[in-house]
Design a protein around this ligand. Structure first.
Ligand code: HEC
Ligand code: HEC
Length: 206
């Protein structure tokens, strides 16, 4: 655990020179005004009712701006979000980031019995890693309760399981590389069943 904590600290420090410098501090009030167009898919405060549209409320500060930038440059490929991000300036991204980071993340979740069984297995990997493939515990970067660590380690709790699963599969297939390729490497070593289990677990985290 100690080494993993150190590893995360090193990444966090690194981020100061990457994402950290890319954006000035945003203005949440300006971001709220700019979020009207986003509300159709992500909900008025970043809680979406459609599972494939991620919840973006209460994300770690800096993450939303970084993802918008990645969609705009094409580094993260998604046709819908590419269109949305194309017209945003760095200032718009920072303002939207400040607005969504300040919103409450949804915490109430209802789980089916099938989800509960999947989550039980997923929790073991989330908390303990998967030594056979050299995969560190997810909680060493995303936190024990999935709240994430600014700026690079996103919140993974209060999220739709469908979205989480889709993203882990995208990393696994090399369709999403992400920050330093960390998640691509990790997901490559996970089976599709383990991805399902982890997604059920994270979606149920409070
Ligand atoms: C037409 C629907 C739609 C609209 C409008 C839309 N989004 Fe999205 N957004 C999506 C979908 C779908 C995804 C998932 C993309 C993927 O799978 O990579 C997404 C992903 C994101 C992500 C990445 C979340 C994460 O956890 O990595 C951010 C940030 C985001 N959107 C912000 C915005 C903002 C800000 C706006 C308004 C400027 C906006 N979106 C407008 C559908 C939409
Ligand atoms: C060494 C740190 C680290 C570890 C360990 C780690 N992650 Fe991540 N995770 C990240 C980073 C960094 C990102 C953002 C990647 C990007 O830019 O796309 C991320 C992103 C994610 C996302 C996408 C979130 C979103 O909103 O789109 C999911 C889901 C995720 N991780 C799940 C996991 C799971 C499950 C594990 C354990 C098997 C895990 N992570 C272990 C660093 C880590």
């Amino acid at each position: 655990m100690f080494n993993k904590a150190l590893l995360c600290t090193a990444f966090t420090v690194l981020s100061v020179f990457t994402w950290g410098n890319a954006f000035a501090a945003g203005d949440a009030a300006a971001g709220e005004a700019k979020s009207a167009v986003c509300a159709a898919c992500h909900g008025p405060t970043g809680i979406s009712s459609i599972p494939i549209n991620p919840n973006i409320a209460g994300q770690v500060p800096g993450y939303i701006a970084a993802q918008l930038k990645a969609f705009k440059t094409g580094e993260r490929v998604n046709p819908v979000m590419a269109g949305q991000a194309a017209i945003l300036s760095d200032e718009d991204m920072a303002d939207l980031d400040a607005f969504y980071a300040a919103q409450d993340a949804q915490t109430s979740t209802s789980m089916t019995d099938e989800d509960k069984a999947l989550a039980e297995e997923g929790g073991k990997i989330y908390r303990g890693g998967y030594a056979k493939r050299g995969i560190a515990a997810c909680m060493s970067c995303h936190g024990p309760s999935g709240h994430g660590i600014p700026k690079n380690y996103p919140r993974v709790s209060a999220q739709h399981k469908e979205y989480l699963e889709q993203q882990l599969l995208a990393y696994k297939k090399g369709e999403r590389r992400g920050y330093n390729g960390i998640m691509a490497d990790i997901s490559f070593g996970l089976s599709e069943l383990q991805i399902k289990q982890l997604s059920a677990y994270m979606a149920g985290l409070q």
